[in-house]
Design a protein around this ligand. Structure first.
Ligand SMILES: NC(=O)c1ccc[n+]([C@@H]2O[C@H](COP(=O)([O-])OP(=O)(O)OC[C@H]3O[C@@H](n4cnc5c(N)ncnc54)[C@H](O)[C@@H]3O)[C@@H](O)[C@H]2O)c1
Length: 252
C-alpha cells in the first residue's frame, strides 16, 4: 500500500480520493479550512492547513493537485523532506530558473518529480525529441469561449507563439503546452483558439522529425466539478498512482 499526501482538495483531488486502490490518501492539505476538514472526514485522511505539519506525515509520495502557486511555494520543501512529488500544475515548471532549482533539489535528495500525462497524449514517444532531430512540434488547442472566459461569436485565434510566452499570457491554459515542452526538451510552438462550435477541450499535436511524423487529436470532456479541467487529466493521475508499484512499466 502506497501512502499518499494530497496537496489540494478540489476537483482532481476528489477524483483521486474516490479511486483509491493500491494507494491510500493518509493526509490532505488545502488552504480552504472547511473544505480540507470535510474532505479529511469523508475519506479518512488527516486534514492540515499548516504545510509544515502536513509534510511531517510519513507519506511515500505527495500529489500536487492545487495550483502553480502551490508548486512554487511547496514543491522544493517536499523534495527536501525526501518525498517524491507528482505535479499536476505543470505550468509552474515553465519558469526555467525555478525548474532547474527543483531538479537540483530532487537530485540532491534522490527524489523523483513525476509529471502525469494529464490532459494530453503521446508524451511517451514525444520524448524521442530529446535524442533525435525534430523539424516541427506544434500544439493547437481549441476551447469553447466559455471555457476561456471570453465572449466570442466566431472561431478566433487568441495566441500564436512559444509555449513559454503562452504561459505568461494564459497561465490557466498552459499545462499541456508545458508538459509537451518538457517531454520534447524544447519550448514548443503553440496556438490557442476559441471556437463557439467546440464544446470540448481539443488538443492537436503536429510533430515531425527524423522518425517520421505524428498528428494526434484529443477532444477532452470537461470534469464534472471543474469545466476548466479535462476529466482525462484526473484519470491520468489515477492511472499513474495505480501503476507506481507495478512491476510492469508501460510506455514510459
Ligand atoms: N497537467 C494537466 O494536464 C492538467 C490538467 C488539468 C488541470 N491541471 C491542474 O491541476 C490543478 C488542480 O485542478 P482542479 O481541477 O482540481 O482544481 P480545483 O480548483 O478544483 O482545486 C484546487 C484545490 O487546490 C486548493 N489550492 C489552490 N492553491 C493552493 C495553495 N497554494 N495551497 C493549498 N491549496 C491550494 C484550492 O483551495 C482547491 O481546493 C490546477 O492547477 C490545474 O491547472 C493540470
Amino acid at each position: 500500500m502506497i501512502n499518499v499526501g494530497l496537496l489540494g482538495c478540489g476537483n482532481i483531488g476528489r477524483i483521486i480520493a474516490k479511486g483509491q486502490d493500491n494507494f491510500k490518501i493518509t493526509a490532505v492539505y488545502d488552504t480552504a479550512e472547511a473544505k480540507v476538514n470535510a474532505f479529511g472526514k469523508e475519506f479518512g485522511a488527516v486534514p492540515y492547513t499548516d504545510f509544515a505539519s502536513f509534510l511531517k506525515e510519513s507519506c511515500d509520495v505527495i500529489v500536487e493537485a492545487a495550483s502553480a502557486a502551490a508548486v512554487k511555494s511547496h514543491a522544493k520543501d517536499v523534495l527536501k523532506s525526501g518525498k517524491d512529488i507528482i505535479i499536476m500544475s505543470v505550468g509552474a515548471l515553465a519558469d526555467e530558473a525555478f525548474r532547474e532549482e527543483l531538479l537540483d533539489t530532487a537530485r540532491e535528495n534522490s527524489c523523483k518529480i513525476h509529471i502525469p500525462s494529464g490532459a494530453v497524449l503521446g508524451l511517451d514517444n514525444i520524448k524521442v525529441g530529446q535524442i533525435a532531430k525534430v523539424d516541427k512540434i506544434l500544439l493547437r488547442t481549441t476551447k469553447s469561449p466559455a471555457s476561456l472566459k471570453r465572449e466570442i461569436s466566431e472561431r478566433t485565434q487568441l495566441f500564436g507563439g512559444k509555449a513559454g510566452d503562452c504561459v505568461r499570457e494564459f497561465p490557466k491554459n498552459t499545462n499541456v503546452a508545458e508538459s509537451l515542452s518538457l517531454a520534447v526538451g524544447k519550448d514548443i510552438d503553440v496556438e490557442l483558439w476559441a471556437d463557439p462550435a467546440e464544446d470540448r477541450n481539443m488538443h492537436e499535436i503536429f510533430f515531425e522529425g527524423e522518425f517520421g511524423e505524428i498528428y494526434a487529436r484529443i477532444r477532452n470532456v470537461p470534469s464534472p466539478d471543474n469545466p476548466a479541467t479535462s476529466y482525462l487529466a484526473a484519470l491520468s493521475i489515477l492511472s499513474l498512482l495505480r501503476n507506481l508499484d507495478s512491476p510492469l512499466v508501460i510506455g514510459a
